[in-house]
Ligand binder design. Structure first.
Ligand code: SF4
Length: 326
């Protein structure tokens, strides 16, 4: 079976991170998710390269991990040693950097030279990232709803993994919240966004509303959309901000519609790849900032000079369209 057919037969997945990646750079999305998953093969290398993250991103991921770890320890009555915080964060960041080293080796074998991803990470830089993460951790512990949980004002609460899957048509959705708590007849669904924007637009609102779809199929949680408040705790401009909004049946339907539209766009994008896996037809990033943190920047034309690569791509498309007309 060809690589492309393997993809076509797999259940399609939707998550906020996949959606963000597709909107920022369709080519990066297709390199990460558009090929068959085959352990040990070249497709696996492609996925590993796609997963490469900057140290800043690794710090953010480590921070989210320790916040969940803290809540889990509290829920299981486990001792939490505050003075170990910096070591825990450092361990997570350094572990992730080590795991990424083999990815850089693969890239360097392919390009026959030194990858632009190979930065010597200085101890001082790690110290600074750990300091930032600790600061944000302490701040979030004093923010609602975390402080209310730790001080016993919220008693009924649960954490969930983002890996949980919810079905929609033939799609698998990763739309579970990080944290759920009940107050009276209302159920709150919250996601942490370690770096957010100050004013989430309509799209971001709907992405969050998708959590209600997950909740309504869970045993013991309310059936009606109106009983949910959807929340986001995000870091912006030096502090944690809390966005919240009560859901409605209309919001929920709009979120489902948005996901279906995204899935159509993903399938369409994959069809453009064609059986010969022709990446030249796949649009590049909208902004060169996306390329700066992309694992493919050594081998993608956009990584070298995005403006020129986009111009060349549109010239090729125009030539192809005029050939088809003649
Ligand atoms: S280098 Fe830029 S254009 Fe190329 S895949 Fe990465 S983000 Fe997209």
């Amino acid at each position: 079976m060809s690589t492309i057919n393997k993809w076509a037969n797999r259940p399609k997945r939707w998550s906020i991170s996949r959606r963000n990646l597709m909107n920022k750079c369709p080519r990066a999305w297709i390199l990460k998710y558009g090929f068959g998953r085959r352990q040990g093969g070249f497709n696996q290398h492609l996925r590993n390269i796609s997963d490469w993250s900057s140290t800043w991103r690794l710090m953010q991921r480590s921070l989210r991990g320790v916040i969940i770890e803290r809540l889990t320890a509290f829920s299981n009555d486990k001792v939490w040693i505050e003075r170990d915080l910096a070591a825990k964060i450092r361990h997570r960041i350094i572990g992730a950097i080590e795991r990424q080293k083999s990815v850089i080796d693969v890239i360097e074998t392919r390009i026959g030279g030194t990858s632009t991803l190979r930065n010597k990470i200085k101890r001082k830089e790690i110290d600074r990232l750990v300091e930032i993460a600790c600061y944000r951790f302490h701040a979030v512990m004093k923010s609602k709803p975390i402080v209310d949980i730790l001080q016993g004002r919220i008693t009924e609460w649960y954490t969930f993994s983002r890996l949980e899957v919810t079905g929609l048509d033939k799609f698998n959705l990763h739309i579970s919240p990080d944290l759920v708590w009940i107050s009276g007849s209302t159920c709150h669904l919250l996601r942490f966004t370690v770096q957010g924007v100050s004013n989430p637009g309509d799209d971001k609102r709907l992405e969050n509303m998708a959590m209600v779809m997950w909740a309504t199929v869970q045993k013991g949680l309310p059936e009606y959309a109106e009983r949910y408040i959807v929340e986001n705790l995000f870091w912006n401009r030096g502090r944690w901000n809390r966005w919240s909004e009560r859901c409605s049946q209309r919001n929920l339907s709009d979120a489902i519609q948005m996901i279906r539209k995204d899935m159509d766009a993903m399938i369409d994008l994959h069809n453009r790849l064609g059986p010969s896996c022709d990446l030249s037809q796949i649009p590049l990033a909208n902004n060169k900032r996306t390329c700066r943190t992309c694992g493919h920047r050594d081998t993608c034309p956009g990584g070298e000079d995005l403006v020129r690569a986009r111009l060349e791509q549109s010239a090729l498309e125009m030539a192809k369209a005029s050939n088809l007309r003649n």
